[in-house]
Design a protein around this ligand. Structure first.
Ligand code: GTP
Ligand code: MG
Length: 333
């Protein structure tokens, strides 16, 4: 029941491509912002060590995975050889003069303390022993490093999700992380693929086992040798604009959400039946914690809202309109 799209024109595709590239140049943080994040981290680490001498703090999420925005939150994982109690961590953070709005949340799957960093206006949270998140951050960073189109498309997806108001997990939609997994899955399934399945590349006969919290977090990360390990390397030559429209069409025309799982750890299709996740319409499997469906919290109403955003996106980006060249001051005289 989708309207057919009119023929695409090269002019419109080139505009589309520019818009995509612009998302990246407008929103990617510069080196200064990256170092500010590291600085805050070091400062917080030395501060919490007064209370927890063996503690270690590490950044994860978009501060590290290659898809960060200027105002993205600070995701910090705390571990180390000491016993950390979330309430006493919160009490300690309340003494820090540079922070406010300290709020411990103990009911979540991973306990966290939220805070607001006054000088930068950045929000952040410290989670405890969130080891798998450190690994999926490294996995995403590796995909981002393979091809710059990966990075740009993930930015475009995040901008799109924000503009359509479908990107806030705390208000019942999907998280940035979930949308990033959708982009990576599309790029693996594209033919020829833009990126490989890093969890399926290994030279031994059997997949190596690296167990963390009971899950295998192995993935191929020797990216320098990827061209010789992955026969499809650099075969896909589409522009970012073509891929963005391709993504919107893929999720609205080709991918059957009722049958299939968005799954970036294997190339062959995984079904919702295999996973016993048939009651949900958008099913996104975490690449390491295979019991974690990122779409589990979606209501039916929110699912429809998200699907409508994709369908509208397909029409908007897939319908060529006449685009006039920009006016420069010299042309206005
Ligand atoms: P932005 O903060 O929106 O720029 O993106 P982000 O990738 O940092 O997303 P977010 O702050 O929501 O999540 C931080 C990290 O937590 C993700 O990058 C994952 O590494 C990890 N994570 C693992 N499982 C989940 C999950 O179910 N939901 C969310 N939100 N994050 C998860
Ligand atoms: Mg974040």
């Amino acid at each position: 029941d989708l309207d057919p799209l009119p023929p695409m024109t090269p002019e419109f595709l080139s505009v589309l491509n520019k818009v995509c590239e612009q998302c990246y140049t407008d929103f990617a943080p510069d080196e200064l912002e990256v170092s500010v994040r590291e600085h805050i981290l070091r400062d917080l680490e030395s501060f919490v060590r007064r209370q927890f001498p063996g503690a270690r703090l590490q950044l994860f999420g978009s501060s590290k995975n290659g898809f960060g925005f200027r105002q993205s939150d600070l995701d910090i994982c705390m571990d180390g050889n000491c016993i950390i109690i979330i309430e006493s961590l919160a009490r300690q953070l309340k003494k820090h003069p540079g922070l406010k709005n300290i709020l411990p949340i103990t009911t979540a799957k991973v306990p966290i303390v939220k805070f607001y960093h006054i000088r930068t206006g950045l929000e952040g949270d410290i989670s405890l022993y969130n080891t798998l998140a450190l690994h999926n951050t490294r996995l995403l960073a590796s995909y981002a490093a393979i091809d710059r189109r990966v990075k740009i498309l993930c930015y475009v997806m995040k901008v799109f999700a924000k503009m359509c108001d479908i990107g806030d997990a705390s208000r019942g939609s999907l998280s940035s992380y979930a949308y990033t997994l959708m982009v990576l899955f599309f790029l693996q399934q594209r033919s020829p693929p833009v990126i490989p399945v890093l969890q399926e590349i290994y030279d031994a006969k059997k997949k190596p086992q690296v167990l963390v919290d009971g899950w295998n977090v192995y993935f191929f990360h020797d990216l320098k040798t990827l061209p010789s390990c992955w026969p499809q390397y650099a075969k896909n030559t589409e522009t970012v604009g073509e891929l963005w429209l391709g993504l919107l069409r893929f999720y609205t025309e080709d991918f059957d959400f009722r049958e299939h799982v968005v799954c970036i750890r294997q190339h062959s299709r995984l079904t919702t039946f295999n996973k016993q996740w048939t009651s949900k319409y958008i099913v996104i499997e975490d690449p390491f914690d295979l019991n974690h469906n990122l779409g589990a919290g979606l209501s039916r109403k929110m699912t429809n809202f998200i699907m409508k955003a994709f369908i509208n996106g397909r029409t908007v980006f897939g319908t060529p309109i006449k685009v006039f060249p920009p006016l420069y001051p010299s042309q206005m005289e």
